[in-house]
Ligand binder design. Structure first.
Ligand code: ATP
Ligand code: MG
Length: 155
């Protein structure tokens, strides 16, 4: 990977712009909340944008009845990391399947009947974040929605 000191805020803006180009027809509503990480963070810009695009694409795909997607960012000075959450109000994921979604080719059965996919997007996200020494995760309530997140070390 090709790490440089990059403004994470601009990477997030680019990802939102890309997503809004390809999801015009869905009238996706994307909000920003939380502290703006307008600080420089060592990261591979293209790959982190890919992680955001994968999270956002999923958020849109798996919330057919609610277009709202919220991105929140937090800078944790003490833990020396930044955290980015992507929240949707879609179909959600059953508790006991939440750990599995980052595995290669894994798809939640119920959703795979309804939505097309390879089951590779989140695996790629997790590999990219691993290469940055960060973490990925999800918290979700079935039928209510999901929050996917990643963290990146500040230094
Ligand atoms: P693709 O490789 O095209 O991204 P995919 O979306 O099926 O296909 P992943 O992005 O890796 O693959 O996601 C894995 C599975 O996790 C999905 O098939 C779906 O079951 C579940 N999932 C992912 N994101 C969400 C979400 N935001 N809400 C509900 N389920 C989700
Ligand atoms: Mg996907």
């Amino acid at each position: 990977i090709d790490k440089k000191q990059v403004n994470l805020e601009s990477v997030i803006s680019n990802a939102i712009e890309t997503i809004q180009q390809t999801h015009e027809e869905r009238i996706v509503k994307i909000e920003r909340q939380g502290m703006k990480p307008d600080i420089l963070i060592p990261l591979d810009e293209i790959r982190i944008e890919q992680v955001l695009i994968n999270f956002l694409t999923n958020a849109i795909k798996y919330s057919p009845h609610n277009n709202q997607v919220i991105i929140t960012t937090f800078v944790d000075e003490e833990a020396e990391e930044v955290r980015v959450n992507v929240t949707d109000f879609g179909i959600g994921i059953p508790d006991f399947k939440q750990d599995a979604v980052f595995k290669k080719f894994y798809r939640v059965e119920e959703s795979s009947l309804q939505f097309q996919g390879m089951g590779i997007g989140l695996f790629i996200c997790s590999e990219i974040i691993k290469q940055h020494h960060g973490t990925v995760g999800v918290s979700s309530v079935l039928g209510e929605g999901s929050t996917f997140y990643f963290t990146l070390p500040l230094n």
